[in-house]
Design a protein around this ligand. Sequence first.
Ligand code: ACM
Ligand code: ZN
Length: 755
Amino acid sequence: MKAKPLLSLFFLFTFLMNCSHEVEQIELKGIIPQPNSLIKAEGYFRMGRGIGMEFGEEFKESGAFLSEFLESAGISLMEGTDMVFVKDDALKTEAYELEINPNQILIRAGSDRGAFYAVQTLRQILPPDFEGSLRDIEFYELPCLKISDAPEFDYRGMHLDVGRHMFSVNFIKEYIDALAMLKMNTFHWHLTEDQGWRIEIKKYPKLQEVAAFRKQTLVGHYSDQPHQFDGLPYGGYYTQEEIKDIVAYAQARFVTIIPEIEMPGHSQAAIAAYPELGCTEEPVEVATKWGVFEHIYCPREETFTFLENVLDEVMELFPGEYIHIGGDEAPKKQWRECQECQELIKREGLADEDELQNYFITRIEHYLNSKGRQIIGWDEILEGGLAPNATVMSWRGTSGAVAAARQHHQVVMTPTSHCYFDYYQSENETEPLAIGGFLPLEKVYDFNPIPDELTKEEAQYVWGAQGNVWTEYMPTAEQVEYMAFPRMLAMSEVVWTNPDQKDYDDFVKRVEQFNKRLDVLDINYANHLYELNGQMKVEESKAFYELESLSQGKTIRYTLDGSDPDMKANLYESPIPITESVTLKARVFEGEESLGDVFEQEINYHKGLGTKIRIDKSAHKAYSGSGAVGLINGISGSDKRYGDKEWLGFWGEDITITIEFEEETLVNSISTRFHNGNGQWIYSPRKVLISFDEDSYFKEYSINSEGILVDFDAEFQEQKVKKIEIKIPNYGAIPEGNQGAGNKAWTFIDELIIN
Ligand code: ACM
Ligand code: ZN
C-alpha cells in the first residue's frame, strides 16, 4: 500500500524534470511569400519562456504585434536585448532584414511597416502552434540565419465582394489578418452591388432600409433553368462604427482599405432605394439573381449630388488616398433611350454613350481629386477616354493594362485568367458549385503581372496585382476561405517575390507545411495538393493512361476493378496500358498513409481510340480542351462543366469532323453529347449529318434539345468503313428573349463514341 504514493511522487518528479528541460528545436519549414535572400548560418538561438525585447516608438505596431504573438504562445517579455528592433534609414519603407544569431534576434527596418514584415517572417519561422495557443515548452531553438527582403511590387492586394453575400466584421478582420501575414498591403472592399448596398450612409437612410436587403436569392447556378429562388430575405450593412473599427484594425497591420462604390453600373440596389437616380425613374427591386443589369445611374445633376454626398461620408471613413469607383459592366441601353442623357451628350459635345461614361467618371474624379483623393476604376473606364489621373484595374485580360500603361496611367493587374478566385480550382466533380472557369494553383503562381507587350519603361506603370473574390457562389465565410486559400498564398508570392526566386515545386512543399498553420488558424483552405491528374495517350495504336500528382516524393496506387485503392493496389510506375473499358481509381500515398481523395476516371474503350481525327475549324482558344484528339480518347467531359480538358467549344461556326481508321472497321453506332447551357449562350445543334467513306450522301439526324446536356445517338446497319465525316451546323443566332439574344450561339461537343 505504501509503494503507491511513492511511485506517484517519483513519476511526478520525473515529469517535472522532463518538462523543465524540454527543448523544441525548430526546423525551417519555408516562408510564404519566399524571401528574396535567405542565408542559413550555423547554430541556434535559444528562446526561453521569458525573453528580453526592445523596441522604440517608431516600431510601435510591429513591436506590439510580436509581443502579443509571443505572449499568446506562453512566452513572457521583459526588458532586455535578446530581441531588438533597429532603425535603418537605408532600407526602403517595406524592406527589412532579419538576423537570428546565437545570442540575439535582430530586426532591421526603415519603418514600422518594414519591421512588421520582418515580424511576419519570424512568425512563420516559429511552429504553427504559436498561432494563438499557450505552449508548455521550456526552450525553443531557432535556426540561425540572415534574411534580406523587399517586395517586387508596391501594390499587393486581395479583393472581397460583400454585395452578393455579406460576412461578419470578425471575418473581415480575419481576412485582413491573412493578408498581413502574407505581406499584402491592400484590401479592396467591394461594398455596393445590384444585390445589396453594404455601407451605412447617414444622409440616405433608404440605402440602409431598402438597398441593403433583397427579398430572396437565386438557388443553384445561374445557367440552371428555370431560375429558382430560396424565398428568404437576405441583407445587412456595415455601420460606420464597424467600418471605423475595421479601418483601424487594418491600419495596425499596414493594410490600406480601398472602398469600392460602384458607378454608373451595378447600382440597381441604390436605384431601388431612390428610383430618381435612374433614367426611367420607375420602381425597381434590389436584384435577386446574378448578372449585369440595365438600371444604371442617370448622369443628371441630382445624381452627382447624391454620389458626392455618399463619397463625402466614404472619405470620412476611409483615410487612404484611393477610392474605387467601379465603372465596369454598365449597359448603355437606358442612356440611349433617355432624353436627359441624350440632351447631355449634345450639350457637352460628346460623341456617344461611351463618352458620356467618360464624362461621368471624369466628373467624379474631379470631385475626388479636389478632396485630395485619387480614383481607381475597372478597365471599362478606358472606353470613351480615360479620366486624367485614373488608375486602371485590368480585369478583362491585359489589353486594358497595356493601353493604360502606354498612356502613362498606373495599372493594377487582375485578369480573370489568373486572378479570379471565384473560378474552379480543380476539375474534380466533387468541387462545390462555382461560377465557372478553371484557375488552378499553379496558374496563379505562374502569373507575371507585367504584360509581355510592355517595354521596360511602360512596365513601370504596373503598380501590382490582386486576387478577386466575387461571392455569388460563396454564401458563407467557410466557402470564401475555401476559394481564397491556397490561391492567396500563390498571389502573395507573385507580388512579393522576385521572379528569379520563384519555384513552383518548392512553393508546393511550403504550402504543404503552411497548411498546418492554416489548420491552427481554423482557415478552411482547399487542399488539392494530393489530387491526381490523368490523361490518355495513344502510341502506335496502343492506349495508355498516364497519372501525375502535384506533390513530390509520394507514391500512387491504382485499381482497374472499381475498388478503392489501398496498400495492396498496383503501384503506379509508368502509364497504364488500357485494352478495354475500365473504371480507374487511384490515390496518393505517403508510406502506408493515403492522402487526399480517390481519383476516379471512367475509360470508355471504343473503336475511335487511335484513329486519325481532323476538325475543319480550331476550337475557340478558351475552350480548346485537349484538342481534336480529346474527342476520341475514351474519356467523356464533365457532366457539370464544359471548360475542362474534354469538351470542345466553337463560337458560331459550322464544323466538319473527319475520322479515319487505320483499316476498314465494322461500325454500327456513333454517339456524343452536346452542352445546352442557354444562359451562357451555349446551344445544342438542331441536327447532325453523317456520311461514310467518300459517299456524298449525308444522313441527317435531327436533335431534340432538352435539358443542359443533350445526348446524341446515331445507330445504323453495321458496315465496314474507313472514314467517317460528321457535319455539325451551329444553332445560329440566339433567339429573342434569351440571354445574349442576337449573338452567335456556342456549340460544345463531347467525346465521339464509335462502336
Ligand atoms: C468585374 O469582374 N466585373 C470587374
Ligand atoms: Zn438618363
